[in-house]
Design a protein around this ligand. Structure first.
Ligand code: CTP
Ligand code: CA
Length: 228
């Protein structure tokens, strides 16, 4: 792989990257969250900008400095992330959903802090969040509105990783699904990652363990090859 060959191959393109993990409020001080650090999404945003793209980074609860030359939109919940991603995606060439979006949120957010009482606590009733990636795929299938040419999802799988990944790729209607290997010092909060990229139109591409920038560059190679 020749890095120089990639230089500015995304210039004139607008890409949207989501990063981090959503927080679903229980009350004014508590939330349901996840362990996503945002490192992989930020690496994707940085590498796309380095290759000449205009980048909108929708960041959910990330404690990282804004990458230079990137438009950062901060969000907290899955519903806010959905709004921001759908708005930015309307005019974009590609969307990469690296954010860990909560599948569920509390049905109601308590306006006041929930107090401890002598009784056992109430259960927190959950409802499903919208599936943003699937929605992007659906919109594109339906046609009509301007839609990104390339849609990329991320997934962390255990058990039958490839079979689960294949099923998810089909279900979401995306073009590429980056399936992370969850394991020792991989994925969450670490600088390294390893993955298999499944494609709707071709063979899987294995990305060996390495820095998240390297994985990001391979993802952009695969995206660039699919841009009209
Ligand atoms: N995703 C999304 N909206 C959601 C949940 C997930 O856009 N409400 C996106 C993620 O950003 C990721 C991809 O979908 O790019 C796969 O997320 P994952 O949690 O693996 O998929 P789910 O369909 O939620 O399946 P699972 O039951 O395995 O969690
Ligand atoms: Ca999920």
């Amino acid at each position: 792989r020749v890095l120089a060959g990639r230089a500015l191959d995304l210039s004139g393109r607008h890409v949207v990257v989501s990063a981090g993990g959503t927080r679903e409020a229980i009350d004014p001080v508590r939330f349901i969250g996840n362990r996503s650090s945002g490192l992989q999404g930020y690496a994707l945003a940085r590498t796309a900008a380095a290759r000449g793209a205009r980048v909108t980074l929708v960041a959910a609860n990330v404690a990282l400095p804004d990458p230079a030359g990137v438009t950062v939109v901060g969000v907290e919940s899955a519903l806010q992330l959905r709004e921001a991603v759908l708005e930015a995606a309307a005019g974009a060439d590609a969307v990469v959903m690296a954010a860990a979006v909560a599948d569920f949120r509390p049905a109601a957010r308590s306006e006041s802090k929930i107090k401890k009482t002598a009784a056992e606590p109430e259960a927190i009733h959950l409802v499903k969040n919208p599936d943003i990636l699937a929605e992007l795929g659906e919109r594109r299938r339906e046609g009509g509105k301007p839609c990104p040419a390339v849609i990329v999802g991320f997934a962390a799988e255990t058990d039958d990783v490839l079979a689960n990944g294949r099923a998810k790729l089909a279900r979401k209607g995306c073009d590429l699904l980056v399936v992370n290997q969850v394991g020792e010092n991989l994925a969450f909060g670490t600088p390294d990652n390893a993955a298999v990229v499944l494609a709707a139109d071709g063979e899987p591409v294995e990305i060996p363990r390495g820095p998240k920038e390297e994985l990001a560059d391979v993802v952009w190679d695969l995206v660039a090859a699919r841009l009209p």
